[in-house]
Design a protein around this ligand. Structure first.
Ligand SMILES: *[C@@H]1O[C@H](CO)[C@@H](O)[C@H](O)[C@H]1NC(C)=O
Ligand SMILES: *[C@@H]1O[C@H](CO)[C@@H](O)[C@H](O)[C@H]1NC(C)=O
Ligand SMILES: *[C@@H]1O[C@H](CO)[C@@H](O)[C@H](O)[C@H]1NC(C)=O
Ligand SMILES: *[C@@H]1O[C@H](CO)[C@@H](O)[C@H](O)[C@H]1NC(C)=O
Length: 571
């Protein structure tokens, strides 16, 4: 078997792109994984949300850029998928479906949008709204981007509140019968578009009427209706309380109480924002908040991936026959100006969870602006991946941090020949990497570098893969060292604090505790551990690392393998 880590980088990249191109559709599920039906290989959904459910019921941004340019940009940014939102009434109510893009804008007095959309997308301006919707799906499909059609709301407009009449079955705008016929219509409309791989049945169920009994009753009916109309698509079920709670779908003894007549298409989705926990992140110590919010996430939905005891996953069935399901984190995101401390702290925590659990996900959100949102024309979206002109990323640093999550770490079809750990640093999106000689300091670098592969051993050493060389703490503010001292006290690294994100080691004389940290040159050093508990003011994120197990191929070869095999303790 070829050791891919030794191939020239260009060839590895070629192999990777061949691997990517080999996906066949449709998709189905195998335990917690979404897989390609034909090969059984994992397909990781790395999506971005694109809104088409607001007042105008037109995909946002078509007044800023040509449609195909936006689709290409999504692909260039590394996403393989779009969660494309739609309002129910677009497909069930003539007063919307009879409108063209032009007449929809005119009815909202969006005169500038008529002109700018006509300039950038002249072929769309006089299409009926439903045909404009289909044109966006076609453009995404033509750019090999998967589409998940998300029924976001009934009546076009900004979503969501407890009292907007769109929250739960039998609310003012949410007639279950209309919803089911709309789902069936949309499902069959895209029967011949294999890139439409899934349907999110209803976004963020909520409000005073919400209850579990009707959740089961209608979600099961909706799923059956979608499957009858289009047996190819994954059916994706959103939880209660704004899609933050799926705890009630867990059957005692494991698995789920959701009953469907068809196998291998059921996926659950959950949303998780900084503000899901109010201002908890600024009002508490980040280690303690991260610890408690993650435990809560596991109870509310994470159990679907790992089982109730948190250590299953990946296999067909866990202890006691527990079944696993894919959990699609279909909305997460932050204010990209970096000014929201609550969001910043949350992001450092959630990126670690997303890497460790290797979830499928969709960032909120693509749109840099809206035609009209909550009465405001041309509103800037600070959570938007694109700038207000839709010409480029709003903040490249966010994209850099999430790019490591865009390809799978684990799952069926990944080369099982190499299994190793990454030491992921959520604050930067980079990983601890060794350089081409053992004497050079460890640095943060791309997680795809061969130097990023480590073995985290059962006695808690961080060992170079297949080589008895370990990372040791030397002292405060000093670079960590690599050498043949795997049995020393200062080579044991334990995850500590309520977040488990600090990697702590004793000093060589066993009297002090140091935490792994990063200096301003991205050298990996040790420092006193930062605010492990209590302190609310301090942000420990420079010291947050997540050990992530993976079998993914390494892309870039930075290390000369001869250096590894001939290595001895550096001075
Ligand atoms: C859209 O893409 C085409 C083809 O690459 C390019 O010629 C054109 O300038 C782009 N339009 C905008 C507004 O960037
Ligand atoms: C929508 O168009 C159809 C077909 O032209 C027409 O019969 C119907 O009355 C229209 N409905 C509305 C609400 O305009
Ligand atoms: C981009 O995000 C980083 C990290 O949050 C922040 O420090 C920076 O100011 C942001 N840049 C812009 C242009 O908003
Ligand atoms: C958006 O486009 C306008 C007009 O071309 C330009 O003045 C502005 O600088 C652009 N803004 C961004 C963020 O690119």
């Amino acid at each position: 078997m070829v050791d891919r880590s030794l191939l020239p980088a260009a060839l590895s990249i070629l192999l990777l792109s061949l691997h990517r191109a080999s996906f066949a559709l449709p998709l189905s599920t195998n335990s917690r994984w979404i897989v390609d039906d034909q090969t059984g290989n994992r397909v990781k959904l790395a999506c971005v949300n694109w809104a088409s459910h607001l007042d105008a019921a037109v995909a946002e941004g078509l007044d800023k850029q040509p449609l195909d340019n936006i689709s290409r940009l999504i692909s260039t940014m590394g996403f393989n998928c779009v969660r494309f939102t739609w309002p129910l009434f677009l497909f069930t109510d003539d007063s919307y479906s009879n409108l063209t893009v032009r007449s929809s804008f005119e009815s909202l007095n969006l005169i500038d949008s008529v002109a700018t959309l006509q300039f950038h997308n002249p072929h769309l301006i006089d299409l009926p709204l439903t045909d404009a919707f289909k044109a966006v799906v076609s453009s995404l499909a033509a750019n090999s981007i998967f589409v998940i059609l998300d029924n976001h709301i009934s009546k076009p407009g900004w979503c969501c509140s407890n009292s907007d009449g769109n929250g739960f079955f039998n609310d003012q705008y949410f007639d279950p019968g209309t919803w089911i016929s709309g789902l069936a219509r949309v499902a069959s409309m895209f029967n011949d578009t294999p890139q439409v791989v899934g349907m999110s049945l209803r976004n963020e169920l909520r409000g005073p009427k919400q209850n579990q009994q009707q959740w089961f009753q209608y979600m099961q009916k909706g799923a059956e209706a979608v499957h009858s109309a289009n047996p190819q698509v994954l059916v994706i079920l959103s939880g209660l309380s704004f899609d933050t709670d799926l705890s009630f779908v867990r059957k005692s003894g494991g698995g789920t109480s959701v009953k469907l007549s068809f196998p291998n298409k059921l996926v659950f989705e959950l949303h998780w924002y900084g503000f899901s926990d109010g201002q908890a992140w600024v009002n508490g110590n980040p280690n303690q908040v991260c610890g408690s919010v993650v435990s809560s996430f596991m109870r509310r939905g994470g159990f679907l991936l790992t089982g109730a005891n948190g250590n299953g996953g990946g296999s067909e069935a866990g202890e006691g026959g527990e079944e696993y399901y894919p959990l699609f984190l279909s909305e997460f995101g932050v204010d990209q100006r970096g000014v929201n401390v609550n969001d910043n702290r949350y992001l450092n925590c959630i990126l670690g969870v997303m890497a460790e659990m290797d979830m499928d996900w969709a960032l909120w959100t693509l749109q840099g602006s809206y035609y009209l949102r909550e009465g405001k024309i041309g509103l800037d979206e600070t959570y938007g991946l694109l700038n207000q002109n839709w010409s480029a990323p709003r903040n490249g640093s966010l994209l850099a941090r999430i790019s490591v999550l865009q390809s799978p770490f684990q799952g069926p079809g990944l080369s099982q020949e190499s299994s190793y750990q990454l030491i992921f640093h959520p604050l930067t999106g980079l990983c601890i990497t060794r350089q081409s000689t053992l004497l050079e300091p460890l640095k943060l670098g791309p997680c795809t570098d061969s130097g990023a592969a480590w073995t985290y051993t059962t006695d808690h050493t961080l060992q170079m893969k297949e080589s008895p060389v370990c990372v040791a703490a030397i002292g405060q503010g000093k670079a960590v060292k690599l050498g043949n001292f795997c049995s020393d006290a200062n080579s044991r690294w334990n995850p500590i604090s309520a977040s488990n994100l600090h990697l702590a080691s004793n000093s060589s004389d066993d009297t002090l505790i140091y935490c792994m940290d990063v200096d301003s040159n991205q050298n990996v050093v040790t420092n006193p551990c930062k605010c492990l508990e209590g302190d609310k003011k301090c942000d420990p994120a420079s010291q947050w690392f997540k050990i992530v197990s993976t079998t993914r191929d390494l892309l870039r070869v930075t290390t000369d393998s001869r250096v590894i095999t001939n290595s001895h303790e550096p001075s």
